[in-house]
Design a protein around this ligand. Structure first.
Ligand code: HEM
Ligand SMILES: [Ca+2]
Length: 640
């Protein structure tokens, strides 16, 4: 059988499987019949030459080699077709095919707009045709359709759920793949970039639905103003916009300060290089020109800084999540790749905008991962903010106390400090203070996911979360799984093989179809760390966050169509690239660490190059590659 005949044989089988009857025939006849089927014609195409021409249009070899003049041959053949009755249906169809091909060449809606280079302060205009999509202060989207309503006359009380299956019972369990707290510090920055549920109305998200570093740059014009120096595009020293970061362990703030410092490094370099004179002014005393220069430098620096951030997410964070550092391969998941139409594969759009959903807000509540040390830190913090009876505080009290804490901090974010970490006379934090938090973040092993793994200190937050999800009518875990095309769980045992967990779930929910989304996500089984899922997330969570990541990045025009030297400058565009063959296997975060807390880490420090994994585990992971690559790294803890 020739290759072509073999191909037709396969195709015949596929069509038969799909219930489409296609008689076996010669390949020529087959071509004509397949085209007849694809084009919805009543009769086979009557002419061999036409079949060949139509094939080239329906199944083109992309990109098209126009030197072969295929299009011209097509037009000239079509224009010479004799007026015969058998061509009556074919002629208009040929026109339709040609117009369709030419029409689909150009992406719709347009993703790039000339001269519209910058991110807005609140995420509006990221997509020009639906310019409010995903801007701050919008209602959340919903992902999951309710197909099987929960059949339980009385749902278990939130505190019953927390006290039975969520609260840590017994010893803290180390993360099985040695994931460090630093990975979760970045996860906290990501979640604080995407979600800020309004206390007044839980359907409203006060943040933009884009990974645009809103924790650093703010989510509206006022917040953005509060962090800018209004000179040379700079930010105030070591300043960020989102006060919620102050409630987190200081390592999260330290990581965000790397991005704050990086912004100023970028702005200074942009002005110094001043490519094509794009930041030039003619009169250094003209306030109007100075203001425009400041704005252009600020906005361009933000684009470059976000370029670093997205590459940290793709090359450090996702790589660790997928366990890719254990192999020498350089493959990674790149949602930004352009995929034009190919054969019957439709093109995959980019830059079409994004709106995060309530379900994803819950997918991303990873409180089980908080380390032992950070939990102790949070306990102290909560005692101060919530009072001595913090463990038993009611939801209303919790909201009230959090509100008054928010009003008690300085209005000017450049005055914010972390507990025990003060600002120097130049208003910057000491390198050693920032480095200490980052180093400890890499040394502190995160907590394992699973049922009964959330520290008690999170009780009020979890009760609020469970109650709020209920008020908002979120779907069951199984319906959410259906919405992602995952098979629903048929039994509690399928959801989690641990008999102790099964027993508790059964008592609370009766049937697996009744399990609510959030309690379900936090108690289902976790993925084994060995197989491409190093972070050992709960099954549904692990699948959902990959879909989320791909959408967030691909749908943002600033990371796809507009991610170019035109917008970022040639220097900026080169700066943010990852190099898969370097010591960090393509990581980007080490560049920020080595640059912004200089002379503390060695250039080859495992803690800088693989900050999301505790160093002893990094050594094991790299050794498992089976070569001597691991010997290039220094695994000692940097001295302060
Ligand atoms: C390390 C200590 C942490 C503390 C002190 C903390 C604290 C809080 C607080 C106070 C809330 C607000 C509850 C509400 O208003 O409904 C919250 C919600 C949330 N947390 Fe955490 N959290 C921590 C770790 C994490 C981690 C590691 C993640 C995941 C990466 C995470 C993800 C979330 C998300 C997505 C929300 C919902 C946010 C919103 O809707 O505005 N948190 N957390
Ligand atoms: Ca955002």
């Amino acid at each position: 059988m020739s290759l072509k005949e073999e191909f037709y044989e396969h195709l015949h089988q596929i069509f038969s499987l799909a219930g489409l009857f296609v008689p076996k025939s010669s390949s020529e006849e087959m071509d004509s019949k397949i085209l007849q089927y694809l084009l919805g014609l009543d009769d086979p195409i009557p002419d061999k030459i036409l079949v060949e021409l139509i094939k080239k249009i329906v199944i083109p070899k992309l990109p098209i080699d126009d030197s072969k003049l295929e299009l011209e041959k097509f037009i000239s053949t079509v224009s010479k077709l004799p007026h015969l009755p058998e061509f009556d249906t074919i002629l208009p169809l040929l026109g339709r095919l040609l117009i369709t091909q030419l029409w689909t060449d150009i992406s719709k809606p347009p993703a790039m707009i000339a001269g519209d280079l910058y991110r807005s302060s609140d995420g509006s205009g990221y997509n020009k045709l639906s310019s409010s999509l995903g801007k701050a202060n919008s209602q959340y989207a919903l992902t999951s359709r309710i197909q099987n309503p929960i059949k339980l006359s009385v749902l278990p009380k939130p505190d019953q759920i927390f006290d039975e299956i969520l609260v840590q019972d017994g010893e803290f369990v180390d993360h099985p793949a040695g994931i460090s707290s630093m990975l979760f510090y970045l996860a906290i920055i990501i979640t604080h970039d995407l979600f800020h549920t309004s206390m007044a109305d839980p359907t409203i998200n006060l943040n933009s639905s884009y990974l645009d570093l809103s924790p650093l740059y703010g989510s509206n014009a006022d917040e953005q103003k509060s962090i800018r120096a209004f000179n040379g595009g700079l930010l105030k020293p070591d300043t960020f916009a989102d006060s919620r970061i102050l409630l987190q362990p200081p390592g999260v703030g330290a990581l965000l300060i790397l991005f704050s410092r990086n912004h100023n490094y970028i702005a200074q370099n942009l002005l110094e290089k001043n490519e094509s004179g794009r930041f030039s002014i003619t009169d250094p005393n003209d306030p109007k020109q100075l203001a425009k220069q400041d704005e252009d430098l600020f906005q361009t620096a933000r684009l470059v800084n976000c370029g670093y951030y997205i590459n940290v997410i793709l090359h450090d964070y996702l790589r660790t999540i997928l366990g890719l550092e254990r192999t020498s391969g350089t493959w990674f998941l790149d949602p930004t790749t352009p995929y034009p139409k190919k054969g019957q594969l439709q093109s995959l759009p980019t830059g079409i905008g994004n709106l995060v959903s309530l379900e994803f807000n819950y997918i991303y509540r990873w409180h089980p991962a908080v380390s032992k040390e950070d939990t102790a830190w949070v306990e102290n913090e909560f005692k101060e903010i919530l009072g001595d009876d913090w463990e038993n505080i009611t939801i209303d009290e919790f909201k009230k106390k959090m509100g008054s804490w928010g009003r008690s901090i300085p209005k000017d974010p450049s005055k914010w400090t972390f507990k025990d970490i003060e600002r120097d006379s130049d208003n910057r934090f000491k390198e050693s203070d920032i480095a200490r938090e980052l180093i400890n973040g890499t040394l502190k092993v995160a907590g394992a996911f699973g049922a009964n793994r959330i520290a008690k200190v999170f009780r009020p937050i979890e009760l609020l979360g469970i109650q709020s999800a209920r008020n908002l009518g979120l779907s069951s875990l199984n319906d959410f799984r259906r919405s992602l095309n995952l098979v629903p769980y048929n039994s509690f045992e399928e959801m989690n093989p641990d008999p102790k967990v099964v027993e508790k779930l059964e008592k609370l929910y009766g049937s697996v179809d009744n399990v609510e989304l959030y309690p379900g996500l936090m108690t289902e089984k976790s993925k084994p760390p060995e197989l491409g899922s190093a972070v050992s997330l709960p099954f549904t969570v692990s699948r959902a966050i990959l879909s989320d990541a791909v959408n967030l990045v691909r749908n943002d025009r600033f990371y796809t169509d507009d991610f170019s030297p035109r917008n970022l400058t040639v220097w900026g565009w080169k700066e943010v690239q990852s190099d898969p063959n370097d010591l960090s296997s393509g990581g980007v975060l080490h560049k920020l660490i080595l640059r912004h807390v200089p002379n503390i880490y060695k250039e080859n420090s495992a803690l800088a190059l693989y900050p999301f994994i505790i160093p002893s585990q990094t050594k094991k992971n790299l050794q498992s590659r089976g070569n001597d690559f691991w010997e290039n790294l220094d695994y000692d803890v940097p001295k302060l």
